[in-house]
Write a protein that binds this ligand. Sequence first.
Ligand SMILES: NC(=O)c1ccc[n+]([C@@H]2O[C@H](COP(=O)([O-])OP(=O)(O)OC[C@H]3O[C@@H](n4cnc5c(N)ncnc54)[C@H](O)[C@@H]3O)[C@@H](O)[C@H]2O)c1
Ligand SMILES: [Zn+2]
Length: 364
Amino acid sequence: MMELKVDLGERSYPIYIGEGILDDIVDLFNKHRISKLSPILLVTDDQVAEFHLDKVLELLLKGGFQVVSSIIPAGEKSKSIAQFEDLITVAIESGLDRKSTVVALGGGVVGDLAGYVAASYMRGIAFVQIPTTILAHDSSVGGKVAVNHPLAKNIIGAFHQPELVLYDIATLRTLPERQIKAGLSEVIKHGFIRDADFVAWIDHNAYKLLELDSEALEFALYHGCRIKSIIVSQDERENNLRAILNLGHTIGHALEAVAKYNGLLHGEAISIGMVGAARLSVLLGNPEHIYTETKRILRKLGLPIQLPKQLDIDEIMVAMMHDKKFDSGRMTFIIPTEIGEVEISNQVTLEQVSQVLEQLKQEE
Ligand SMILES: NC(=O)c1ccc[n+]([C@@H]2O[C@H](COP(=O)([O-])OP(=O)(O)OC[C@H]3O[C@@H](n4cnc5c(N)ncnc54)[C@H](O)[C@@H]3O)[C@@H](O)[C@H]2O)c1
Ligand SMILES: [Zn+2]
């Protein structure tokens, strides 16, 4: 088992990563003083519940915890005010109090929703994350919790750090293949931002990662979380530096919006967005290999690198301007300046962006 400390002063917390560590849940909960006297609200979705809920429930009940479980429908639609309200209703009816804990068993959707319930109920109670997707390594660091509004994603939220994160690699074995690849997109994003050695390691171990090799995954999730935690420790509330975590997201978010959230998974859209950012980098005068290497490695991970031809460039541009402020025809982008290094640039012109989007349709 590896342990990573996310360093945030008195809000610091550990992330435990390892194969089979769910078996240690009771010891870890005891170690972190999760209350046995107040009920725990365990939130999961219907797909995760099928594979992993019984085990977690059984272990916690045997360990002397009082647990109420609530199963939400799988999918982004559950990150809603309506679902939030339902969970608050369950919390009240089940007698959760100030010493209670909300436990999120699932991917980023369950983590963000349950985390927002924990942040809001009685002005904030304890929160524990048990991530079950690779992508959720990202949401397990930094304390951002949120639900969506019909007009904007993640617009209603808070910063609420967990007590601990328990990341059992064994739970990832039931993930659909497409979700595995999409999750790896955010893992390598952390390498592209800050750590060329980690990118090289992922390049060499891509096949092991895709096969969910235990040791390789433990290493990759640890380093993905580590890089993010270093950045978050320096800028917990995203005043500036934390923005570099959005590499590939300006284009990626616009693609998700235009594809109406069901054509592309988040990690897939980010993969295309990272190729776009690398192309912009070359347009701004950086070396060509930034683009060729970015594309080669993402393709090796089985991720899409081409913008779906049916998506309309003008619509994507409009979605991007919706998402981002732009001054006198220029947009702010996270631009790779080398593999493993990025800068925040506000020198990107709208013409350059639309040129890159056209190029992204031609990628092979
Ligand atoms: N808070 C943050 O910092 C942060 C960071 C990144 C992403 N996010 C959010 O995370 C969400 C995306 O996360 P995600 O990709 O994990 O999505 P998700 O939670 O929807 O999970 C993806 C799918 O996989 C299923 N699933 C999850 N674990 C499984 C398992 N072990 N076996 C089988 N199926 C399983 C789920 O039921 C779902 O259908 C988005 O809402 C995004 O905004 C938040
Ligand atoms: Zn992301």
